[in-house]
Design a protein. Structure first.
Length: 257
């Protein structure tokens, strides 16, 4: 009788999905916009608190573009390490300000090399471009990007075009930041250096990534993140912004700056 009861419990657990959920392996590739405030871990904790089983790893280097990344043997070692389900690609915002010639000569060939290596390891890996935000005051040396909104729109436009070229997804972090700042200018998403993310900025990024990955709302905030000021407001805002899909048709032309 005891053996029959034990077998019954095993069957119940298996059919209920307790043991059937597979761990999703996620790799972040990027620079300081990814590793500041431990964003990959922040995202992992957020995903787990919302019922996802994830293994989140990262391969990052400060001030590094996609073109520079492909010269790093350790990057390709990380790509080969596991059969990644999702690979998040975050490049240098300035790379997307340099024009089509630079994009075609440096950025696109680098991405082809990187994505080829990812799909060689797992043909079904989902590629997600993590759209970066603008500097707080834009990038002054380039007139078409010399304000926060101008730089946001230019970078966003390039990320969307590149993602389409590679049949990849986009996490619209930059556009989400722009939306947050337009509705609540007092929210501090940048660090004092006006480029890198504050802890709140990284939390906003993690929420945006979650909604983009899973196409569902963030329902719970981990205890470790619940003390972040405006956390619940950010959570609700990310759900509304990303899942509405309005950002996919937003006017990013020069007349809307």
């Amino acid at each position: 009788m005891k053996i029959k009861f034990t077998l019954l419990l095993i069957i119940v657990f298996l059919t209920s999905g307790v043991f059937s959920k597979e761990v999703q392996h996620i790799l972040f590739i990027g620079n300081s916009f990814t590793y500041r405030n431990h964003l990959p871990k922040m995202f992992g904790d957020l995903a787990k608190s919302n019922g996802k089983q994830v293994d989140v790893q990262w391969n990052v280097r400060g001030k590094t573009s996609f073109y520079q990344h492909i010269g790093r043997p350790e990057l390709f070692k990380a790509i080969r390490w596991k059969k990644w389900d999702i690979v998040v690609l975050q490049g240098s915002s300035r790379d997307f300000l340099k024009g089509d010639a630079y994009l075609k000569k440096r950025t696109l060939p680098a991405l082809r090399t990187m994505i080829h290596a990812i799909h060689k390891r797992n043909p079904d890996a989902q590629i997600v471009f993590y759209m970066t935000w603008a500097y707080k005051n834009g990038y002054k040396p380039i007139p078409k990007a010399n304000t926060f909104i101008k730089m946001t729109n230019l970078v966003a436009k390039q990320y969307l075009e590149v993602a389409k070229l590679f049949d990849a997804s986009v996490a619209p972090v930059g556009l989400f930041w722009k939306s947050l700042k337009s509705k609540n200018p007092k929210i501090k998403l940048h660090q004092p250096d006006r480029g890198h993310p504050s802890k709140l900025g990284s939390f906003a990024t993690a929420c945006c990534l979650y909604c983009a990955f899973y196409e569902e709302p963030v329902k719970k905030i981990p205890v470790t993140q619940s003390t972040i000021k405006y956390a619940d407001y950010i959570r609700r805002s990310a759900n509304n912004f990303v899942l509405s899909n309005h950002w996919k048709t937003e006017d990013l032309s020069s007349k809307n700056k």
